[in-house]
Design a protein around this ligand. Structure first.
Ligand code: PMP
Length: 277
């Protein structure tokens, strides 16, 4: 398994960084996850735009142009199987631990590729647990600092649930590692982009497919009370695609089966992926 680290391709077991790396000491870095289908990186430009936004927010210079990124990442892909690139940039290894930005320190750039293993429960649906959103105020930044997300996800796992749905000021924001959609009064809804959610690439693709295919949809916040009336709930992400939620807080969503809008959207999404092959 070959990975990329600071200009070199090497076996995973040989990829080493310093304990003084600011990613390790502070979680001072950002990342991206880019799926690849049929040997092509999916919505590469959109992932690059989000990467650029994340870097700008943490005031770290982008070490590469989009063309250079594509050249760096492409050799990591293995054949044409479904896989994803994980890429991470930290503020590098400074001589000592100090909160302020170090001077003259190159970033640490790391990337690896892993197979996408389809979720076993994809077609039968998953359970979720709602809980107060304890994250920071820059949720639109894809920061590697994920402690709050990890605690949320584990709390859900501890209750036999696949994902935590986060609630802020009585409104649903997103999942611990996913965006959220709900069909409420026949309309597909997802919270609008703001600093309270990560702007998911999958989310954008779904909104575009809904618009093109006459599925009524709205980017509008909904409350936890409204979520409890939803006929369908989905969670979406690059590695899990569109997962129907069949149980929320131990209550069945509608009849407890993936709904018709999910079936339609999942079909549209799979067809769209194929069309880019
Ligand atoms: N929100 C959060 C908090 C995430 O970590 C992710 C990605 N795992 C998403 C949303 C979904 O984003 P994308 O569709 O780009 O994977």
């Amino acid at each position: 398994n070959t990975v990329y680290l600071n200009g070199d391709y090497l076996p995973l077991s040989e990829a080493k960084i310093s304990v003084l790396d600011r990613g390790f000491l502070f979680g001072d870095g950002i990342y991206e996850v880019i799926p690849s289908y049929f040997g092509r990186l999916f919505h590469f430009q959109e992932h690059m735009e989000r990467l650029e936004n994340s870097l700008a927010t943490i005031r770290l210079a982008n070490p590469h142009t989009r063309e250079q990124w594509l050249a760096i990442l492409t050799p990591l892909l293995i054949g044409t199987q479904d896989q994803y690139i994980y890429l991470q940039i930290t503020r590098g290894t400074a001589p000592k631990r100090d909160h302020g930005f170090p001077e003259n320190t190159p970033p640490t750039v790391f990337a690896m590729c892993s197979p996408i293993v389809p979720m076993a429960e994809r077609d039968s649906g998953v359970k979720v647990l709602t809980m107060p959103d304890s994250r920071w105020k820059l949720c639109n930044t894809k920061a590697i600092t994920l402690l709050a997300n990890i605690l949320h996800r584990q709390e859900a796992i501890d209750q036999n649930c696949a994902e935590a749905l986060l609630v802020k000021d009585s409104y649903v924001t997103e999942g611990a590692a996913s965006n959220v959609f709900a069909v409420i009064d026949g309309v597909l809804m997802t919270p609008p982009k703001s600093s309270e959610i990560l702007p998911g690439i999958t989310r954008d693709v779904i909104l575009e497919l809904a618009q093109k295919n006459g599925i009524p949809c709205k980017e509008e916040s909904f409350s936890l009370a409204a979520l409890q009336t939803a006929s369908e709930i989905w969670i979406t992400s690059s590695t899990r695609e569109i997962i129907p939620v069949v149980e929320c807080d131990e209550k069945a969503v509608a009849d407890g089966k993936p709904g018709p809008v999910w079936h339609k959207m999942n079909q549209l999404f799979q067809t769209y992926k194929q069309s880019l092959a």
